[in-house]
Design a protein around this ligand. Structure first.
Ligand code: MN
Length: 292
């Protein structure tokens, strides 16, 4: 019997929408094809900013002050740079190839913008933002950041010595990623030269999907095109990836969090009273203050 994970859907990018004035994103989930809010749990949301060219601008484009609570935002910059500021006085820059793993937990206010210099020169911009759910015992954890630069990531080279798996979280064949997570998960960028192939292995019950960020690939013998999302079924362990062009593929696989979800705007809780409480906390200034 085959131990392959079969493909449930290959999803074309949904029509984009603009978050603030700087992030033109395709929301792959939760959404039309993945209407079940737990289908990719622990990953709750994926916004994909497919590659576009931004004209130079003196005013950095972005999204103004907004809260988050009950989960983590993971921002992956493929092209361009993103700056952020929060209500606890933290700020930073997510450079090209870098990842920011922000635990909102108990709650914070922040804003996200194109980095100043990038904004001035303009250029290609491509990013992903994931929302990673937290289990109930960690929903109120203190906010924190993991600034994961590209050089910190685990790298597992394939036989051609040019293709590699860049491990952000979890592990690939013993190569570990630097991100600390609250539940078990694997997050990789597989960067393959044309013709290179690799086999990934995840437990059958882990929810697994992949985004084709660059190039084209065969995923278990089905062609997946650039900017498409491949959702795997929970029926096997093995996935074969073969690059039919130089390809970058974001791979997500994690143990589902089997808890109720109450999701409203930037809050991701277990119950509606918890959502109401979070809204009240924001209004009472308990998430702090941040100037626009
Ligand atoms: Mn945000």
């Amino acid at each position: 019997m085959s131990n392959k994970k079969s493909i449930e859907y290959i999803i074309a990018p949904p029509p984009p929408h603009v978050v603030g004035d700087g992030f033109r994103v395709h929301s792959f989930f939760p959404g039309a094809k993945l209407i079940d809010k737990k289908r990719m749990s622990p990953f709750f949301l994926m916004d994909y900013g497919a590659k576009i060219e931004f004209a130079p601008s003196d005013e950095p484009r972005g999204v103004g002050v907004h809260p988050h609570a009950g989960f983590e935002t993971v921002t992956i910059a493929y092209h361009g740079k993103i700056a952020h500021h929060d209500s606890a006085g933290n700020s930073g820059i997510i450079g090209e190839g870098d990842v920011q793993w922000m635990t909102a937990g108990a709650g914070l206010l922040h804003k996200e913008y194109h980095e100043k210099e990038f904004s001035k020169t303009g250029g290609p911009f491509q990013m992903v933002q994931l929302w990673v759910n937290l289990p109930s015992q960690y929903k109120k954890t203190k906010p924190k950041y993991q600034e994961i630069t590209n050089s910190m990531m685990g790298r597992h080279y394939l036989n051609d010595e040019e293709s590699f798996i860049e491990v952000i979280a979890g592990e690939y064949n013993g190569t570990k990623g630097p991100a600390s997570t609250f539940t078990p998960m694997h997050v990789y960028n597989t960067k393959l030269r044309k013709g290179a192939s690799t086999i990934l292995n995840f437990p059958a019950h882990y929810n697994t999907g992949m985004l084709i960020v660059e190039g084209n690939a065969m995923i278990n013998d089905q062609a997946a095109l650039k900017d498409h999302f491949v959702l795997l079924k929970n029926d096997g362990e093995e996935i074969t990836i073969e690059a039919t062009e130089d390809a970058v593929i974001l791979v997500l696989s994690g143990e589902p969090i089997n808890e109720p979800i109450a999701a409203y705007g930037p809050f991701l809780m277990n119950t509606w009273p918890e959502v109401e409480q979070a809204i009240q906390d924001v209004n009472m200034g308990k998430f702090g203050v941040l100037e626009d």
